[in-house]
Design a binder for this molecule. Sequence first.
Ligand code: CMP
Length: 144
Amino acid sequence: ASERTLILVKPDGVQRKLIGTIVSRIENKGLNIIALKMLNVTAELSKQHYAEHVEKPFYPDLESFITSAPVVAMIVEGPEAVSVMRMLIGATNGREAAPGTIRGDYGSSRQMNMIHGSDSVDSAKREIGIYFTDNEICSYGVAL
Ligand code: CMP
């Protein structure tokens, strides 16, 4: 079924000039980007997004990292978009991510792992609501 997922190019991806590469990989896969913007994540937004991690020991570092430079937020839509994007992204830790995945090809950090993708359809709904309003979501006409 067609799904939507929330993707972020994280601050390290933006600073390393990987926005274009990441957007290309999503487009090459045939998924539709139906919303896209750059923003600075605030501490408040970080706590909302990472609600399930706020109590974890690594959260303070995660918050300083995610608020350190802009992110590029996107909604990606297509058949099984949530799991397809997770496959393209690779394992959380860049040292364990398979070559051919975004994290496997470009990074070796567990925290500065360049990209975020929602882990389920339910988290995608929640995360999309945090980053985007309905009027920022675009619809495509018939396929070209
Ligand atoms: P993400 O998939 O965006 O979701 C949670 C983020 O927390 C994760 O990517 C990493 O950036 C970070 N993270 C997860 N586990 C750890 C950990 N053990 N130590 C440091 N950062 C982590």
